[in-house]
Design a protein around this ligand. Structure first.
Ligand code: ADP
Ligand code: MG
Length: 519
């Protein structure tokens, strides 16, 4: 090669290799996970996030915090993805998953310093993770998942969240009623449940609406604001002249001709309204525009019409009422009509909302969340969505496990007792995994104001004697107790997914020994 240097990377790329790459990745991952640690559990604190445009988000939700943070480091980004996966898969446990991932990285760093090879760490972590899954399954509650259990699961997911002036207990009631309303046999289609927020009002006014709520107002002031047991049409077009009068050119030579032209237009519009009226539609949702004269005709016939209805709204109205969306008024037939118990327009401050309740196909339901300000309703919406997700997850085949760190204590114990039979240095990695899991009860304890080391010691001895022990937050401090007695329950799927995604991300980061970044 004649001593010529060979360039395979552009001059601008940056390359970090070996220990440097590893330690910078681990540090970045740990930093991200550290940032959400103090929000874990019922006594966790909130974060205020300010975007560069000055928008403020106040939240306790791990996924939201990480999503709002502008994270650039690729390894840190992987921890953000842990939270995202957790959010997508089960909807709760995002802080748990990212805190665990960070601690797995931290323990891996110690192992690397002790010269345990990355591959050995990865193998040990995977082995420990499957032991953890065994422990999750073994800790699933035997009892039947009835509404009482579901309420506890919902309440557990909401304690410590900013839910305004409403008690988590009452919200849990609404959440369970919502899920059981759409439940068919054992199946819940989560997409049938929407959370809709409206500011102005107290959070305690949050309630289940058996139907959909859309942000629409009547097309004309003289239209009825409420229609009982209406037949409903959804039209995906304008209700207007086929040839817009603006474009059409009339060659008018006599006054009669002008009158004639106007009469023809009037006839055309009346024809559309006649058609709607004659097939018996009492409420019409139109995705396009409605001509002013047509609005007046509709109002005169006592028909409630909405124009410029968004596509999503049209879709949910159709699904709630059983209406088929017609391409135009001409295409509209009697069997396209849907039904509802009531459609009413209600005013909230400056906003008008249309409530479509008790549709015949009414699997669609809405949790109507109220709150004084947007910060309150936003956080309430996140809390409700988490609670809805955990209730749906609890109905899944994995069932529920004790919360408050009790399952984590059982997981760590199971891993440690199996570690003894694992040979070589891998044993160290398996044990390190168990130590990493301890971060969850430790963090719950310290966020509750307890000494984390003392709490862990007490938890373990209580676990030895009673078989179950968690950090129960009681007023200003925490006590060691049986979470089942205090109704602290989490879906098993939350723990399963947290172990899975945290293991995946941390092992992926540990395996990297070379970072090549293009400019
Ligand atoms: P995540 O984003 O991981 O869901 P949370 O802040 O919601 O984080 O905290 C969840 C943890 O708090 C779970 O381990 C849960 O069991 C625990 N927890 C919830 N309510 C209580 C309670 N009343 N007492 C003790 N622990 C609780
Ligand atoms: Mg939670």
């Amino acid at each position: 090669m004649g001593g010529q240097p060979m360039f395979i990377l552009s001059e601008d790329s940056q390359r970090t290799q070996g220990d440097d790459a590893q330690s910078s990745n681990i540090a970045a991952g740990k930093a991200v996970s550290e940032s959400v640690r103090t929000t874990l559990g019922p006594r966790g604190m909130d974060k205020m996030l300010v975007s560069d445009s000055g928008d403020v988000v106040i939240t306790n939700d791990g996924a939201t915090i990480l999503d709002e943070m502008d994270i650039e480091h690729p390894a840190a980004q992987m921890i953000v993805e842990v939270a995202e996966t957790q959010e997508d898969e089960v909807g709760d446990g995002t802080t748990t998953a990212s805190v665990l991932a960070g601690e797995l990285l931290s323990k891996a760093e110690d192992l690397l310093e002790d010269d345990v090879h990355p591959t050995t760490i990865v193998e040990g972590y995977h082995e420990a993770a499957s032991l953890a899954q065994e422990a999750v399954r073994a800790n699933a509650l035997d009892e039947e998942i009835d509404e009482d259990v579901l309420r506890k699961v919902a309440e557990t997911s909401m304690t410590g969240k900013g839910t305004g002036d409403v008690a988590a207990e009452d919200l849990a009631e609404t959440v369970v009623a919502t899920v059981t309303h759409v439940q068919e046999n054992d199946h819940v289609d989560r997409s049938n449940i929407t959370v809709r927020t409206q500011t102005g009002g107290s959070s305690s006014a949050t309630d289940l609406v058996e139907g959909v709520i859309v942000d629409e107002e009547p097309a004309h002031d003289n239209m009825p604001r409420s229609v009982g047991t209406p037949t409903v049409a959804v039209v995906d077009n304008d209700i207007d002249l086929k040839e817009s009068s603006i474009d059409a050119e009339y060659n008018i030579t006599e006054a009669d001709q002008l009158n004639e032209a106007m009469a023809a237009e009037e006839e055309e519009l009346k024809g559309y309204v006649d058609r709607i009226d004659s097939i018996g539609a009492k409420v019409v949702f139109v995705t396009g525009d409605i001509a002013d004269r047509a609005k007046a005709f509709l109002a005169k016939r006592g028909i409630l019409a909405f124009e410029s209805v968004g596509d999503d709204d049209a879709k949910s109205i159709a699904s709630a009422t059983g209406a088929s969306r017609a391409g135009s008024v001409d295409d509209l037939a009697e069997d396209d009509l849907g039904e509802a118990d009531e459609i009413s327009v209600q005013k909230f401050g400056d906003d008008e909302l249309a409530f479509v309740e008790g549709g015949t196909a009414a699997r669609s339901v809405t949790v109507f969340a109220r709150g004084g300000t947007e910060h309150v309703t936003d956080e309430l919406e996140r809390a409700l969505n988490d609670a809805l997700d955990v209730v749906v997850a609890a109905l899944g085949e994995d069932g529920v496990v004790p919360g408050a760190g009790a399952t984590e204590i059982a997981i760590a114990d199971h891993i440690r007792s199996e570690a003894a039979s694992i040979e070589g240095r891998k044993q160290l990695a398996v044990e390190a995994f168990a130590d990493a899991v301890d971060v969850l009860p430790r963090t719950l304890a310290s966020n509750t104001g307890m000494d984390p080391i003392d709490a862990l010691v007490d938890l373990r001895s209580e676990f030895e004697s009673e078989g179950r022990a968690g950090i129960i937050s009681e007023g200003q401090t925490g006590i060691i107790g049986d979470p089942l007695e205090y109704g602290v329950l989490d879906p098993a799927a939350v723990k399963r997914e947290a172990v899975e995604s945290a293991t995946e991300a941390s092992t992926m980061i540990v395996r990297i020994d070379d970072v090549i970044a293009a400019e």
